[in-house]
Design a protein around this ligand. Structure first.
Ligand SMILES: N=c1c2ncn([C@@H]3O[C@H](COP(=O)(O)OP(=O)(O)OP(=O)(O)O)[C@@H](O)[C@H]3O)c2ncn1[C@@H]1O[C@H](COP(=O)(O)O)[C@@H](O)[C@H]1O
Length: 107
């Protein structure tokens, strides 16, 4: 039996909820506010994630990382992109050392 991974399942829920009533759905409310507001939320959640990491609070970091991933998925969906696009980019980078890639960019 095939199992959907949790991020893919959440991505499907997000796509569905974007069409819901903003009075009953946080995703629909974000969708109604538009890409700039969603991008701002991603930025806020990223900062909160960094603060939790620097405080050394594992529980808080886990919670903020979940908020960050959730809002990033909403931003990708709002931008017409999917987790598969990101997976494809990561797969393309597989086996390429970050240091080598960085060096190839420097003249
Ligand atoms: N995973 C999440 C999830 N993570 C975080 N959040 C919401 O994200 C919001 C962000 O938290 P903040 O404290 O920054 O929000 P806030 O204080 O309301 O800030 P502002 O937006 O007012 O600036 C909170 O309201 C959280 O409840 C989420 N809301 C929804 N989901 C998933 O999305 C599904 C669909 O949700 P609805 O669209 O609401 O049905 C849910 O079943 C969940 O699976």
């Amino acid at each position: 039996m095939s199992q959907t991974d949790p991020l893919s399942a959440l991505e499907s829920v997000i796509r569905e909820r974007m069409q819901a009533d903003p009075d009953s759905s946080y995703v629909a409310r974000l969708h109604a506010k538009g890409r700039a507001k969603i991008a701002q939320k991603v930025g806020e959640e990223a900062v909160e994630t960094v603060i939790a990491a620097m405080a050394g609070n594992a529980e808080e970091l886990t919670s903020e990382a979940a908020d960050l991933l959730f809002h990033l998925l909403v931003l990708l969906a709002e931008s017409g992109l999917s987790l598969d696009d990101v997976r494809g980019e990561l797969a393309r980078r597989e086996g390429v050392s970050g240091l080598e890639e960085k060096a190839s960019r420097q003249g």
